[in-house]
Design a protein around this ligand. Structure first.
Ligand SMILES: Cc1ncc(COP(=O)(O)O)c(C=O)c1O
Length: 160
């Protein structure tokens, strides 16, 4: 996290769990978070594994389209309120497979604010984070606000 995304302050003893790959992690995570009736927010086209397993636990998937006209970023305001009320997780994947879209710091700021407002767990599938040709790898975990306690000051500064 530090070397690729520049994310400091993660405690390897209490905040890191190993998996044998991103796919394995995405299959196991719904067991931690998804109960019957919960909604998993996903993006489409995309890597569907988290959603497949969320359904195994009685969850429902709401897919947000990734459109070229939006830079292949999801329009978070398009989520119907009935789904949002039951939403537990938001899965994003950047750099994105298969669109090739890249996230921006502004988008991550929007995601963090949205997740805090709607009490969502953000899962950033960063399988391709190290694979950038312009700029630096970006990771939502490096964004102020990911940790409510530690980053309050940074959020206050941004007015989030
Ligand atoms: C977006 C995305 N996430 C996760 C994976 C799975 O990666 P891993 O080989 O680490 O299990 C893939 C593999 O195609 C992928 O495209």
């Amino acid at each position: 996290m530090k070397n690729v995304c520049g994310v400091d302050g993660i405690d390897p003893e209490t905040q890191v769990v190993h998996s044998i790959g991103s796919k394995a992690a995405l299959t196991i995570l719904p067991a931690c978070f998804i109960n019957p009736g919960d909604v998993a927010l996903m993006t489409t086209p995309g890597y569907p594994v988290f959603g497949t397993h969320a359904r195994y636990y009685g969850g429902e998937v709401h897919n947000i389209p990734l459109l070229e006209r939006n830079g292949f970023l999801p329009d978070l305001n398009s989520i119907p309120s009935e789904k949002l009320k039951r939403a537990k997780t938001l899965v994003i994947n950047y750099p994105n497979n298969p669109t090739g879209g890249s996230a921006t710091p502004q988008f991550f700021a929007e995601v963090v604010a949205f997740a805090r407002k709607h009490n969502l767990i953000v899962i950033h599938d960063a399988a391709y984070a190290a694979l950038v040709f312009d700029g630096k790898p970006l990771c939502v975990s490096g964004h102020p606000g990911r940790d409510g306690r530690r980053d309050r000051a940074a959020l206050d500064e941004q007015g989030v």
